[in-house]
Write a protein that binds this ligand. Structure first.
Ligand SMILES: Nc1ncnc2c1ncn2[C@@H]1O[C@H](COP(=O)(O)OP(=O)(O)O)[C@@H](O)[C@H]1O
Ligand SMILES: [Mg+2]
Length: 278
């Protein structure tokens, strides 16, 4: 099994002036393998988001080593780290974090500006992803013209833009109604099962951890328990599988009349097969 992320004796503390240091994470040792679906759970304030920001190389530890695909992130220059992060990790947040002035399509195209992809390919890929998420008729809407559930689906499409190995989702259903929340969780489950994506889900909701294969419990900044969840697989409903297939079929029909670049064709083919690019 290949290691995607490792944390070795990681600590995070904040300087609070006269009040001294606030230690938020202590002695964190964690290894996440390719294809894992890991839930990180614990009470509010236990350090979950801090840990997710470290895992996603959005923040640096006060002490300890974090490696992303075997590379110590502290030893990397900011520009190469940004590149590695952009290619490897897709982020999904509770607050969606879409850019308000951009359309759904433009939001999804944004991460592709970081990597070497032509605008035409980026547009086609964004259209494919939005279609896969059932938003083919919402591509030109701005975030404030979309419901919460739709905004989170745009954010998922954006997270998938560069076909990252890892999806990091911090309370992704926290601002959603239960139906939209279920869609998001089923979709993450499907990405894990069908495309082999590594999913790291941060949630305080014990109902959601059942989707994961492995559950890491944190309390007061420490890992309290790291357990396997034998029933974690096969949570995806058959209905969702069928729906995704139908949407993809519609997309290929839609595109059949137009000429597609070889790159997009291969991307679409990979998506349709639900497999990873070899
Ligand atoms: N930038 C910061 N400065 C000081 N304290 C912080 C900062 N960010 C988070 N904290 C504190 O760290 C603790 C853990 O926060 P967080 O990781 O957001 O918890 P969770 O996501 O589990 O609810 C909290 O007590 C919070 O107040
Ligand atoms: Mg949090």
């Amino acid at each position: 099994m290949s290691l995607v992320i490792s944390m070795e004796d990681v600590w995070k503390k904040y300087r609070m002036g006269k009040a001294g240091d606030l230690i938020v994470l202590k002695e964190i040792n964690l290894e996440i393998n390719k294809g894992d679906f890991v839930a990180i759970t614990g009470p509010s304030g236990s350090g979950k988001s801090t840990m997710m920001n470290l895992v996603g190389a959005l923040d640096v530890p006060s002490f300890g080593t974090i490696s992303l695909k075997g590379r110590n992130i502290r030893k990397m220059r900011e520009s190469s780290l940004a590149m590695l992060r952009g290619e490897t990790i897709g982020f999904i947040f509770q607050q969606f974090n879409l850019l308000p002035t951009l359309s759904a399509l433009q939001n999804v195209m944004l991460p592709m500006e970081l990597v070497d992809v032509s605008e035409k390919t980026a547009k086609e890929r964004a259209e494919l992803l939005l279609t896969k998420l059932g938003l083919e008729d919402r591509m030109n809407h701005k975030p404030n013209e979309l419901s919460g559930g739709q905004q989170q689906r745009v954010a998922i499409a954006r997270a998938l833009a560069n076909n990252p190995e890892v999806i990091l989702a911090d309370e992704p259903t926290g601002n959603l109604d239960s139906k939209s929340g279920r869609f998001v969780m089923d979709f993450l489950g499907e990405l894990n099962q069908k495309e082999g994506k590594t999913i790291i889900l941060v949630t305080h909701d014990l109902e959601l951890v059942k989707y994961a294969h492995r559950v890491v419990y944190i309390r007061d900044g420490m890992i309290e328990k790291d357990t396997l969840n034998r029933n974690g697989k096969n949570q995806m409903r058959a209905g969702l599988k069928k729906l995704t297939k139908l949407r993809l079929l519609k997309f290929t029909q839609m595109k059949a009349q137009k000429k597609l670049s070889a790159h997009s064709r291969s991307l679409i083919f990979t998506q349709l097969k639900g497999g990873r690019k070899k």
